[in-house]
Design a protein around this ligand. Structure first.
Ligand code: AMP
Length: 489
C-alpha cells in the first residue's frame, strides 16, 4: 500500500514522500481514511507505531481542503486555531509540532507549540499572529485561556495524544477545563497506548460513535527488537556499559537509569572513559534538555542518559541501541523504554544490565511480556554467584528502599504540570520567529531556556515515593494505565 491510495492531497503525499516514508504503517493505513471521513476516532497505539503521522496527515488534509482552508489559500481569511492537539509533555508536544511542520510544508497551514517552563510573552505574540494548528500541553494552554490570549472557538478537530499519560500525570481536570471552552461540534481523536477505566470514561464522554483502531497488542514488545539480559555485579555495571559501547562501536545509545543522581553519576563515569554522554531528567533545565537531545539526535553525542519520565515522548528515528542500565521498577516502563528502538519497522537492540538486586523486577517484566529473555554473560563480567541482593534505591536522595512502596519521582498527586511551556514555531511559512529553537536546528524541540519545570517528579501524580503506599511485595502503586487489567487488549 502507498500513501497515494489513502485519499490524501498531493501536497501532503509529496511531503510524506520527501520525509522518506514509502508505505503507511498499520495505524496510518487505518486512521487516515477514518479521520478523513470526519468521524471521531479511538486509537490504541504506542509511540513508535507512526501514530503521529496517523493523525497529523488527515488533520492537514481536512483543514486544507475544507471551505476555510480554501479561503486561506486565497488569503481571504484570517487564521484561527482549527485543530488543537493536547500532549502530556513538552518534548512530545514539540515533536508532534515538528512533524506537523514537516508534513504541512506544501500546504498553506501553519502550526505552533506552547508549553510551560519558558516565557509566555513570545507565545502570546505567536498566537496573536494567527495559527491553524496548535499543539499544547494542558497547563500552559489553560494559562493562555485564563489570560484571554488564545481563542479556541473555531476548533474543528481536537486530538488527545497519549491520553493515558495525560491522565497518569493528573491532567484530567485541565483537560475537562479545555473541553469546556471548545465548540461542542467538532471531531475528536483520542490516542492512547493503554485503556484504563479512566480512559474509557473519558472516551465515553468525549467521543461520538468513534471508529476503533488498535495496533500492536498492549504490552507486547516489538518483535524486531533483539532483547538481551547481561547478568552483572551491581558495581560492574558502569565498566560493562563502557565495554559494550567501545567493543561494539555503538554510536548512539539511549541509556535508562532509575534515578536522576544515577544518571548524573554515569555521565561523569563515561566521560572518564572518553565516552560523550549527557543526562536528561526532571532536574535539568529545559535548555539543558533541549541541548542534550539535539546533540544526541544529530549524532554528536554518543550516549543520552535518561530517567523514564524525561525520556517519555523522545522520538528519534531508528534508534539502534537502548540500554537498561537499571531495570525499571514498573514493568510496563520496560516496554515503553525498549519501544524507543526498532521504531516503525526498523531493527533495534535492547540490552539490560541486571544485577542480583533486580531479579524480581526481571521476573515481573518477563511475566508482563510473556517471554523469557535470553541471558548472556559477558566474558570478564561474570557475576559473583554468592552475591546477596540488597535493597534498591528508587529515588535520588532517598534512603535505601526495599523495593516496595511508591514510584520513583511520584510526589503526591495533583496536577504535575508535566509539560512545561514554551513557544515554538516552524520556519518557511508566514509565522513569527518567536520561540524558534535557538541555533535554528529543525530537529530540536522548540522553546528556549526556562525553568525546567514540568516533566518533573510528580508525573503521573503518583502517590509518594517515600516507601509507604503501594502493595506489599510489589513495587508500588501502578500507573493508572497498568491497572486496567489483563495485560491484553
Ligand atoms: P510515532 O509513533 O508517531 O512516534 O512515530 C515513530 C517514528 O516512526 C517517526 O518518527 C517516524 O520516523 C517513523 N515513521 C512514521 N511513519 C512512518 C512510515 N510510514 N514509514 C516509516 N517510518 C515511519
Amino acid at each position: 500500500m502507498s500513501f497515494n491510495t489513502l485519499g490524501l492531497t498531493d501536497a501532503i503525499v509529496r511531503a510524506v514522500t520527501e520525509a522518506g516514508y514509502t508505505a503507511p504503517t498499520p495505524i496510518q493505513a487505518q486512521a487516515i481514511p477514518a479521520v478523513i471521513k470526519g468521524g471521531d476516532l479511538l486509537a490504541g497505539a504506542q509511540t513508535g507505531t507512526g501514530k503521529t503521522a496517523g493523525f497529523t496527515l488527515p488533520v492537514l488534509h481536512r483543514l486544507s481542503t475544507d471551505k476555510v482552508g480554501a479561503a486561506l489559500t486565497n488569503k481571504t481569511s484570517k487564521r484561527a486555531i482549527r485543530a488543537l492537539v493536547l500532549a502530556p509533555t513538552r518534548e512530545l508536544a514539540a515533536q508532534v509540532e515538528e512533524n506537523i511542520r514537516t508534513y504541512a510544508k506544501y500546504t498553506n497551514l501553519n502550526s505552533a507549540v506552547i508549553f510551560g517552563g519558558v516565557g509566555i510573552h513570545p507565545q502570546i505574540k505567536l498566537l496573536a499572529n494567527g495559527v491553524d494548528i496548535l499543539v499544547a500541553t494542558p497547563g500552559r494552554l489553560l494559562d493562555h485561556v485564563g489570560q484571554g490570549t488564545v481563542k479556541l472557538d473555531k476548533v474543528e478537530i481536537l486530538v488527545l495524544d497519549e491520553a493515558d499519560r495525560m491522565l497518569d500525570m493528573g491532567f484530567i481536570h485541565d483537560i475537562k477545563k479545555v473541553l469546556a471552552v471548545l465548540p461542542p461540534k467538532r471531531q475528536n481523536l483520542l490516542f492512547s497506548a493503554t485503556f484504563s477505566d479512566e480512559i474509557k470514561a473519558l472516551a465515553d464522554k468525549l467521543l461520538d460513535n468513534p471508529a476503533l483502531i488498535e495496533v500492536a497488542r498492549r504490552n507486547s514488545t516489538v518483535e524486531v527488537i533483539a532483547q538481551t539480559i547481561h547478568p552483572v555485579d551491581r558495581d560492574k555495571k558502569h565498566p560493562m556499559l563502557a565495554h559494550l559501547i567501545k567493543t561494539n562501536d555503538w554510536k548512539q545509545v539511549l541509556v535508562f537509569t532509575r534515578t536522576k543522581h544515577g544518571a548524573n553519576k554515569l555521565v561523569e563515569q563515561l566521560a572518564k572513559d572518553g565516552i560523550g554522554a549527557m543526562a536528561i531528567h526532571g532536574n535539568k533545565s529545559q535548555s539543558a534538555r533541549t541541548k542534550a537531545l539535539a546533540e544526541f539526535k544529530d549524532g554528536s553525542l554518543t550516549a543520552l542518559i535518561a530517567t523514564d519520565i524525561a525520556a517519555r515522548g523522545i522520538d528519534i528515528d531508528q534508534l539502534p541501541h537502548v540500554v537498561n542500565y537499571d531495570l525499571p521498577n514498573v514493568p510496563e516502563d520496560y516496554v515503553h523504554r525498549i519501544g524507543r528502538t526498532g521504531r516503525a519497522g526498523a531493527t533495534g537492540e535492547a540490552v539490560s544490565l541486571v544485577c542480583v538486586d533486580e531479579h524480581q523486577m526481571l521476573k515481573d517484566i518477563e511475566k508482563l511480556i510473556k517471554q523469557t529473555l535470553p541471558r548472556e554473560v559477558i566474558p570478564g563480567f561474570e557475576p559473583d554467584p554468592t552475591a546477596k541482593a540488597q535493597p534498591i534505591q528508587l529515588r535520588s536522595g532517598a534512603p535505601g528502599h526495599t523495593g516496595r512502596g511508591g514510584r520513583p519521582g511520584g510526589n503526591g498527586g495533583g496536577r504535575a504540570h508535566g509539560g512545561g511551556n514554551g513557544a515554538g514555531n516552524g520556519g518557511g511559512k508566514p509565522r513569527s520567529a518567536a520561540g524558534t529553537p535557538s541555533g535554528g536546528r529543525s530537529g530540536s524541540p522548540a522553546g528556549n531556556g526556562g525553568g525546567g519545570r514540568g516533566g518533573q517528579p510528580g508525573n503521573r501524580g503518583g502517590n509518594g515515593g517515600g516507601g509507604n503506599g503501594g502493595r506489599p511485595q510489589n513495587r508500588g502503586p501502578r500507573p493508572a494505565s497498568a491497572r486496567s487489567g489483563s495485560g491484553e487488549r
